[in-house]
Design a protein around this ligand. Structure first.
Ligand code: UDP
Length: 343
């Protein structure tokens, strides 16, 4: 069977493609490369540069590649950007997923693992957040993911054999344990990469976006989970997926760290001082997010391998040191690590 991975040239998608290949799966990647990196797709995967909104090309590809199941990562995923400019979020994420689901129906593919987000919960009533917590997003990114969750539920209700598993990620961080894949965003807005870029001297300081939150040190608390643990959850979900699947799982460590704790931990790992400045809150940021991961542990047997912030940041530090310019760093620009392009 061939697995279609949308967004397979992106940060989480590329790590997942590698794990699928390591597990002996055939993989077909589609990505519009608006934010992904062609260099991050391993040679064993076939690659098609297609946008989610190109329903006909998606359909053709699913038929020609004999796709059996889909893992759907492709999305815009910056909270702040979604507040400043919401329409691309609804277009890429919601309309793009509708187009993908149409192509799946056209080519009789009926099973999908979907990347959802803790942003669907908004400001949670209780921490840790369980899957049953109310979902009231506070930014367009979160809404776009929640709309897709509803669309998937409706498809499962109306279309025979349509099965899905949605994974609600908390804060994904870290890089591949062997240093082969990493995090390379442009623009870079995420906290851990910003701390590491500061340690490398590529930026002068880290701006802390709000220190008047109702938390112990006044900064936001997030549940950071290693990208390889996220990918392992996808492989378990893929194996568990049946035409009757219709469920959502949180993926997080189960406890959070404040922004200041992340800065301090990065200083410890890198041995560099990280200057900070304070700014006002970023719109759309809830004060505290931390997952209950009981459901996925119980039902799919998942457990995180990286259980400390130190171990997560250490893998990212290895990548950032070796790839100061991300995938454009000389170490990444070997022709052998590119898979064959399809028109
Ligand atoms: N954050 C910060 N400074 C930065 C980047 C992020 O203070 O340069 C804060 C942000 O407000 C949030 C937390 O760090 O509370 C994690 O943000 P990130 O962008 O890494 O992930 P998100 O929570 O948006 O998925």
């Amino acid at each position: 069977m061939t697995i279609l991975v949308t967004g397979g040239a992106g940060y989480i998608g590329s790590h997942c493609v590698q794990q699928l290949i390591n597990a002996g799966e055939k993989v077909c990647v589609i990505d519009n490369l608006s934010r992904g990196h062609r260099e991050s797709v391993p040679p064993e995967a076939s690659f098609f540069q297609i946008d989610l909104l190109e329903t006909d090309r998606l359909t053709e590809t699913m038929k020609s590649q004999r796709i059996e199941k889909v893992i759907h990562f492709a999305a815009l995923a910056y909270v702040g950007e979604s507040v400043e400019d919401p329409l691309p979020y609804y277009n890429n994420n919601a309309a793009g997923t509708i187009s993908l689901l149409r192509a799946m129906r056209n080519s009789r593919v009926s099973q999908i693992v979907f990347s959802s987000s803790c942003a669907t919960y908004g400001i949670p009533e209780n921490i840790p957040v369980t899957e049953e917590s109310s979902q009231r997003p506070i930014n367009p990114y979160g809404w776009s993911k929640l709309f897709i969750e509803q669309i998937l539920m409706d498809c499962a209700h109306s279309y025979p054999n349509f099965g899905f598993i949605g994974l609600r990620y908390f804060n994904v961080a870290g890089c591949a344990h062997d240093g082969s894949l990493g995090e390379d965003h442009s623009p870079e807005t995420h906290l851990i990469p910003n701390c590491l870029n500061t340690a490398l001297g590529q930026q002068s300081e880290v701006t802390i976006l709000g220190n008047d939150y109702p938390t112990e040190d006044g900064t936001c608390i997030r549940d950071y989970i290693h990208v390889e643990d996220i990918c392992a959850a996808h492989l378990l979900a893929l194996n568990a997926l049946t035409p009757d699947s219709r469920c959502f799982y949180n993926i997080g460590l189960g406890h959070g760290y404040s922004v200041l704790e992340v800065v301090k931990t990065t200083e410890k790992i890198t041995g560099c001082e990280i200057p900070i400045t304070y700014q006002t809150r970023r719109p759309g940021d809830p004060p505290v997010l931390a997952a209950s991961n009981d459901k996925i542990s119980r039902e799919l047997g998942w457990s995180p391998q990286y259980t400390t912030l130190e171990s997560i940041i250490q893998t990212a530090w290895t990548w950032f040191q070796n790839h100061p310019d991300g995938y454009q760093s000389p170490i990444s620009l070997t022709s052998e690590n590119k898979s064959k392009d399809h028109p």
